[in-house]
Design a protein around this ligand. Sequence first.
Ligand code: PGA
Length: 251
Amino acid sequence: MKKLIVANWKCNPATLRQAQDLFRAIIKAVPKRKNAEVVICPPYVYLSGFRLQASGFKFGAQDVFWEDAGAYTGAVGPRMLKSVGATYVIIGHSEHREHFGDTNDSVRKKVAAALKGGLRVIVCVGEKTREADASEYALYVKKEVEEALRGISKAALKNVVVAYEPLWAIGSDEADRPESTLEMALYIRKIIAGMFGRMVAQSFPVLYGGSVNTGNARAFLRDGGVDGLLVGRASLDPKAFGKIVEQASIL
Ligand code: PGA
């Protein structure tokens, strides 16, 4: 299976001009890749300012609303995203849960609508802390996965990826250890097995995110039991991002 390397630009950079420069630098820095699929997720508004086709990348958004159109000031629907070239959408990122009020319920509605609209979905889950005992934070993640995917069909599941992002590892200097990511990746596949059956769960893609950098990307992909990475800060640095993609494509 191809490794999936997702660049989450978050709310960066501040202008279209800078975004276009960054995009060009990334095209230069990211090597040709057979074994990795690269997905760039810039802020919505930049999607139409990029020459998407020529780049060889896939594109994604960082959120979506659950209706395609209507009186919903400020919202962007699945068909809009598709029509400007997005293939993927990140849903339920912890920063979106924190600052824009996403809940497990809104995440579920967004996932269902995005799938219906023909997008591939990257659902983010992850515990806030590991201070509690393992069974407690595992249950927290279980609930996030189950509620996000409740009601979707086995066929639609083919277009779903779960990104495991422990909150304490996001934007910090402390990434998870690949050994515990491996445990969580297995656990997430077990939850998927419980919901959709063991056959689909075995090949179900799980990503890791949270302080991924050039120094740890390879270890996560080799020892963390994941099929790809969700990269925040390092995706804004073309050289670093290029190295991460390179590591993924030669594994
Ligand atoms: P980070 O962000 O790589 O900067 O920790 C990851 C994410 O939030 O997706």
